[in-house]
Design a protein around this ligand. Structure first.
Ligand SMILES: [Zn+2]
Length: 57
């Protein structure tokens, strides 16, 4: 059984898979590969500020 390769060649930014699930821009990846071959967060679904359902009132 493969233990999985956690070591990625590039430091991929964290993408919220839940937000990217229905995104057509990044096809659910949450990240896009730029022309320079770098991974960047999908601006379409990955909002700059993490907005989660934490209603702490
Ligand atoms: Zn996206």
């Amino acid at each position: 059984m493969t233990y999985g390769t956690m070591a990625a060649p590039e430091a991929n930014p964290r993408a919220n898979a839940a937000l990217a699930a229905d995104c057509e821009v990044c096809n659910g990846w949450g990240t896009l590969i730029t022309s320079q071959g770098r991974h960047e967060l999908c601006q379409a679904c990955q909002s700059p500020t993490e907005r989660e359902c934490h209603d702490s009132s």
